[in-house]
Ligand binder design. Structure first.
Ligand SMILES: [Zn+2]
Length: 336
């Protein structure tokens, strides 16, 4: 296998990233919501670059850009996304797309390399209209009814209207062909501090978070502050605070986040309610199927079912929302 690193053109990579940064620029970052004009211009830009890597470009019926190769040998799929969160950083997404493009530009023309890199830009990875609509479409996990129901979380515009306005309505959606790819790679700008604090320039992700979200209500009782004995009080706010501390104590390995907290005050005699929309993110190591982790998962579920000391202080209603399993991501056996 030849050493292709010397052919990687760092200046070209940086120039491409800066070009994408210039489309929809906002202060030091970018503003490119899904199907906005700068997002669509970014997709067109990528489609125009892919032939440089020997790839045939398509923008499909959900806004995925795919560059496919007719070269013989194994294919590795690589990419990321080109829309951004609102008023966001300039490297989240484009870094992975441009790295994939550069790898394809270097590897695909090289006849000494058996195989090719194909490039993808997944639409709406940032969730303006839904949850991973582009990549789910590619793996066959998105129905037409899902698209009918999807709406822009900011404007309320339907995805159907958006697809029509940007000229993608009626186009076929590309689907993964089973066995075509030996793996998928996505380079991403670091969103935590692990590399930066370690003085490292690059690392390999070995696991990603699985997300559980719960809506939990704490219901208390309003009464006279001066005359009601402390033992008789049912303070929803206090229960909520204790519950949050309990979660911190009992699940030190979980990535936890507490979302919106509302306190509803009602007329005297009615119940007071505090609502917390909470999320736990668990990071499982690659050997997540080991018995210890399974035990920890079961313990976590049990604890959530039974409630902690703080939660028992008031009646608690817990309804589970979307649940996603943590996904180990072993490095693929590559062609590189
Ligand atoms: Zn991203």
């Amino acid at each position: 296998m030849p050493d292709d690193r010397s052919q990687v053109d760092g200046a070209r990579v940086l120039a491409d990233l800066n070009t994408l940064r210039g489309i929809g620029a906002y202060k030091t970052g970018v503003h490119k919501p899904t199907f906005s004009e700068p997002h669509m211009r970014s997709l067109e830009w990528l489609a125009g670059r892919l032939p440089e890597a020997g790839l045939t470009a398509t923008i499909d019926g959900i806004g995925n850009v795919l560059g496919t190769s007719v070269k013989q040998g194994p294919k590795l799929l690589a990419g990321s996304h080109l829309e951004s969160q609102n008023y966001a950083g300039w490297l989240d997404g484009p870094l992975g797309v441009v790295y994939a493009l550069e790898a394809a530009r270097v590897i695909n023309p090289d006849q000494a390399v058996n195989g090719a890199v194909e490039v993808a830009s997944w639409c709406d990875e940032e969730g303006h209209f839904g949850s991973f609509l582009g990549s789910r479409s590619y793996v066959g996990a998105l129905t037409e009814a899902d698209i009918d129901a999807a709406r822009d979380r900011n404007s309320g515009r339907t995805m159907r209207d958006a697809l029509r306005e940007v000229g993608l309505a009626g186009r076929a959606r590309s689907r993964a062909a089973r066995g075509r790819h030996i793996g998928y790679l996505e380079a991403h700008i670091e969103q935590g501090q692990t590399l930066e604090s370690g003085g490292l320039s690059i690392g390999i992700v070995t696991s990603i978070v699985g997300i559980w979200q719960y809506r939990i209500s704490f219901t208390g009782e309003q009464n006279h502050a001066g005359t009601t004995r402390m033992a008789d009080r049912r303070d929803a706010g206090l229960a909520l605070a204790r519950f949050c501390v309990d979660i911190d104590d009992r699940f030190p390995d979980l990535r936890r986040g507490r979302g919106q907290r509302h306190r509803h005050r009602r007329a005297r005699g009615e119940r007071l309610r505090a609502v917390v929309v909470d999320g736990w993110r668990s990071v499982r190591p690659r050997r997540s199927r080991c018995r210890r982790n399974r035990r920890a998962d079961r313990a976590g579920r049990r604890a959530r079912r039974s409630g902690s000391a703080g939660a028992r202080e008031s009646r608690r209603l817990m309804s589970a929302g979307a649940e996603e399993a943590a996904t180990p991501t072993p490095p693929p056996a590559g062609i590189l």
